[in-house]
Design a protein around this ligand. Structure first.
Ligand code: RP5
Length: 180
């Protein structure tokens, strides 16, 4: 389902990347994907994880896409989140140009239910992995990136633990409310 995303009606006109050296790069095939990435971006900010955003397309800007994927690791990026909809080849193409872990976010296209986006990312040939989350689920993409970074960063680890605890309490409160 796509409940994890609350896209606004139009793409954000501008997005301020975090000022610190980015550890996560969010790449998207079009700025029309950005509203679906905003919940994940908000979560990265909550967890104090620096990030950068790029619009780069596997089909429309193949050279720029390859160049960015090849240079991301040298630029200090540790995890790539790649979002695309429909013929959603961006995460797979990015993964073919880097050794960094790539998390794919399938985006629901204007036409159809989004299953095409999902299988575009999950049906990768053996040898080129894309860790694919649910449709529009940039929150889980951000949490996966956080888990990867938490292996080496105690601060991120603690903030991730706190977020998970808070999430647990939210669910417990909902349960308690049902039985009031
Ligand atoms: C994909 O085509 C993009 O990732 C986007 O999800 C979809 C539609 O792009 P626009 O026509 O909105 O630019 O490449």
């Amino acid at each position: 389902n796509d409940e994890s995303s609350s896209p606004s009606s139009a793409p954000a006109a501008a997005l301020t990347d975090s000022s610190a050296q980015p550890l996560v790069a969010l790449v998207m095939g079009s700025d029309s994907d950005l509203p679906h990435l905003l919940p994940g971006i908000t979560l990265l900010e909550t967890l104090g994880i620096s990030y950068t955003t790029r619009v780069t397309s596997a089909h429309r800007t193949p050279e720029a896409m390859a160049e960015y994927a090849q240079s991301a690791e040298a630029e200090g990026i540790e995890v790539l989140i790649a979002a695309a909809g429909g013929a959603a080849h961006l995460p797979g193409m990015v993964a073919s140009h880097t050794l960094l872990p790539v998390i794919g976010v399938p985006i629901k296209p204007r036409l159809g239910d989004g299953f095409d986006s999902i299988v575009s990312m999950t049906n990768m040939p053996a040898g080129v992995p894309v860790a694919t989350v649910g449709l529009n689920n940039s929150v889980n993409a951000a949490l996966l990136a956080a888990r990867q970074l938490a292996r080496k960063d105690e601060g991120i680890r603690e903030r991730l633990r706190a977020w998970i605890e808070n999430n647990k309490q939210t669910v417990l409160k909902k349960d308690a409310k049902l039985h009031e």
